[in-house]
Design a binder for this molecule. Sequence first.
Ligand SMILES: Nc1ncnc2c1ncn2[C@@H]1O[C@H](COP(=O)(O)OP(=O)(O)OC[C@H]2O[C@@H]([n+]3cccc(C(=O)O)c3)[C@H](O)[C@@H]2O)[C@@H](O)[C@H]1O
Ligand SMILES: Nc1ncnc2c1ncn2[C@@H]1O[C@H](COP(=O)(O)OP(=O)(O)OP(=O)(O)O)[C@@H](O)[C@H]1O
Ligand SMILES: NC(=O)CC[C@H](N)C(=O)O
Length: 562
Amino acid sequence: MTLRISLAQLDYTLCDFDGNLARMRVAIAAASQAGADLLVFSELCLSGYYPQDIVEEPDFLPRQQAALDALLELSRATDTALAIGAVTRNEGVGKPLHNSLLLIKRGEIVLRYDKQLLPTYNIFDERRHFEPGVNQAALFELKGHRLGFLICEDAWNSEGKDYAIDPVKTLAEAGAELLISINASPSHVGKPAQRHALFAGIARHWRLPLVYVNQVGANDQIVFDGGSFVVDPLHGVVHHLPLFETALETLEFEQGFRRQGQALDQAVELHLADSEFYYRQIILGLRDYAAKIGFHKVVVGCSGGIDSALTLALAADALGAHNVVAITMPSQYSSRGSVTDSVALCANLGVSLLEHPIAELVAGYRAGFAGHFHTQPSGLTVENLQARIRGTILMEYSNHFGHLLLTTGNKSEISVGYCTLYGDTNGGLNIIGDLYKTEVFALAAHYNQRHGRELIPQAIIDKPPSAELAPDQQDSDSLPPYPVLDEILKLHIEGSRLRPAEHAHADAFVAELLAAGDGALVERVLGLVAKSEFKRRQAPPIIRVRNRAFGNGRQMPIATAW
Ligand SMILES: Nc1ncnc2c1ncn2[C@@H]1O[C@H](COP(=O)(O)OP(=O)(O)OC[C@H]2O[C@@H]([n+]3cccc(C(=O)O)c3)[C@H](O)[C@@H]2O)[C@@H](O)[C@H]1O
Ligand SMILES: Nc1ncnc2c1ncn2[C@@H]1O[C@H](COP(=O)(O)OP(=O)(O)OP(=O)(O)O)[C@@H](O)[C@H]1O
Ligand SMILES: NC(=O)CC[C@H](N)C(=O)O
């Protein structure tokens, strides 16, 4: 018999139980209308993924229960069964909670399954809160189809993780005929293709079709790209929902999948060029961060350099140009281009630009120290003073107008600590902090291409990177050229987590440096990375776009002899 399955790819706000329930209610109405037998939501959909230590708050479970009760009530009015994710209580030994799947039909929970493989690596920390489920085949028969349920990491055993159990095997051997996987799978460059390859392999190996539902949207650093899909054992992934957008779609399943009566029997490829992927992930990341917190406008220091230009351009697309304010703060060391290029950039983007010069403030500060320093501060102290005065001015605009300050450091600078604490590191969110400087240039070029116009002036893209904190200063005075620095950093920070092609490239590049006797340079870079951990610990959250981002994806001590 034909089974109609709806896939609900929704954007949940963490612990907004009423709001999440309202989103689910709309999906239930649409799926019922479409005659769905089963509506599949994503992992932990009632609370959103991942509520972290909020799950330990005494009123977390009662508040989630109220939403669940309302959902059970809603489900009485429809024939559509609902597969949802929720935190449940563990009545046995171990951690007090489970990460569970509940199958709901006509007001009853007809199946409960507790996630068996709990990811605890990189950005994940599920073992901190949850006890794994015991080896259990979560089977349920619906319209003559034996469905087998999984929760996200349950299917990732084959990814070199070497878990002792394989929930997919358990289900296959117990006689599942169609696998249903609910997920909260964070996005980074290369991830959608990785998922397709993994799940196509599973479907082929076990000769089982599969439905994969992911959430979409951003929660702090983490962005979910959605991209839910269905897999046919012969053809691989035969259909996917859009990336970076909410969606609800109803498919038919009998021997294979059908969409609006058409058989889905062709493999579909999902390919976004890296720059476009970064663009879409960052836009969604900023938009959701601002919306979920309640910021409407952002403020950015505009130096006439590439980092602030790209930050402004992305912010203008994410929030609307009228919601972005740029501030130019020329000093005695600022090039003419610093202001003229800023004016051109902001005019192109339609962003308002305010001028707030700092020369007098710097002079006043320097004079104020002279008595105690027995000389006026100079060198690095004055470089940092300028950055801090700018950082303070930006925070004053943020305080006064209530705008979110976007900080503008890229991954290369953040890696080696080439930034001033309480200066240009000030801010509430960093949207380009997981892009190496070479990727910042590539994304700026892509941005212009995407808009069919040179919105970011070529003069900004072409100028040599400079902090402009001292006369004729260039980044290359203190750092190796960015194409060299970035390859060393990629290998050091991301290593085995790089995509194969990136890994091979960085590996060969660094091997060549070492063969050319540049071992000291590599050592210096590694030393700078280690020494600047204290700055990263105090830095604003970064929207994650690569597999290993700074933040809780790379947890390093500060006071270490390593
Ligand atoms: N392990 C540790 N734990 C806690 N605190 C530690 C610490 N080590 C140093 N510190 C503290 O940190 C201070 C040094 O850090 P900080 O004040 O930031 O200054 P610092 O790292 O010495 O200098 C900033 C560097 O960034 C460059 N910069 C600045 C601004 C923008 C750009 C750009 O192109 O974007 C580049 C600038 O040219 C300079 O080379 C020390 O005085 C000390 O107070
Ligand atoms: N003259 C300035 N006016 C306004 N903001 C500035 C100015 N100089 C620096 N900033 C702020 O400090 C950040 C660090 O800038 P800096 O020029 O030192 O180096 P950068 O990392 O090359 O960044 P960018 O490419 O944006 O210039 C800038 O992105 C900007 O937000
Ligand atoms: N929520 C999860 O279990 C996520 C882990 C999984 N490996 C993923 O990234 O897709």
